[in-house]
Design a protein around this ligand. Structure first.
Ligand SMILES: [Zn+2]
Length: 250
């Protein structure tokens, strides 16, 4: 269920079993915006039900943090205006042509286009992979986009960072809250790392060995430094303070 962060900002905690990410909700007097689309139509339908149970508004806008499947594959299920960074939409165009039979998925792992972890999680989320429907967002932007929801404004900001070059964040200045997507996370696609679905208990140990790119982290933190916030919510973890974010890169 959605949890309250402020009068106008909620989030739905991540579900780790099939890698469903944290989902943010920001609403004003006129409009509501959801940050990240979920990893499937089923994930999106569950979010819609929970919004209704919690008495929260349905989104008028859904923005995706970056192209990775767990944040973007739910786009097809939202009947509202969808938004992504320009680079995210370019990559979604490419992914929309991918096939999801076993040999196509294995081929992408061999060529480095995809990774074992995502492949295993996709198989779990989609017992029937013919249901995967990857689409682009309706609106794309390059650097920054401001949306007035009625008395509360969301700033969507392209930030790049150590996780993926296309990452954007959702900054809500009046609430001093930022939804980070996975932007602060390590680069899962850059260098090979080990994942075995039979030994999921080793997941955090294994990813902690992926090195951060120091230059990307420095550029990312200099952008984050310019934003005034107390709380930030990354893609799959508990909310953090600004100080915790800054000290999390080792
Ligand atoms: Zn990601």
């Amino acid at each position: 269920m959605f949890k309250k962060l402020s009068e106008h900002v909620y989030y739905r905690p991540a579900e780790h079993y099939t890698d469903r990410p944290n989902i943010g909700l920001v609403f004003g007097e006129k409009y509501a915006l959801l940050f990240d689309a979920g990893n499937s139509a089923e994930n999106a339908e569950k979010l819609k039900k929970e919004l209704s149970i919690c008495g929260l508004p349905n989104p008028d806008f859904v923005a995706v943090s970056h192209w990775h499947w767990d944040h973007s594959f739910g786009l097809c299920a939202w009947n509202c205006v969808t938004i992504a960074g320009e680079k995210t939409n370019e990559k979604l165009e490419e992914v929309s042509k991918w096939k999801w039979d076993d040999s196509s998925m294995e081929g992408r792992i061999k060529s480095g286009k995809d990774i074992v972890f995502c492949s295993e999680m996709i198989k779990r989320e989609y017992p029937d992979r013919s249901k995967i429907n990857v689409i682009k967002a309706d609106i794309s932007f390059k650097n920054r986009m401001s949306i007035d929801l009625g008395g509360i404004t969301c700033e969507l900001i392209h930030c790049g960072g150590p996780h993926e070059a296309d990452s954007i964040i959702c900054y809500i200045p009046s609430e001093k809250i930022v939804f980070l997507g996975d932007s602060n996370s390590r680069d899962f696609y850059g260098k090979p790392w080990f994942f075995d679905i039979e030994h999921e208990e080793d997941f955090f140990d294994n990813i902690s060995k992926i090195p951060y790119d120091k230059k990307l982290v420095a550029d990312y933190l200099s952008l984050m430094e310019t934003l005034d916030f107390d709380t930030c919510i990354s893609g799959h973890a508990e909310p953090m303070t600004k100080a915790e974010l800054f000290s999390s890169f080792g």
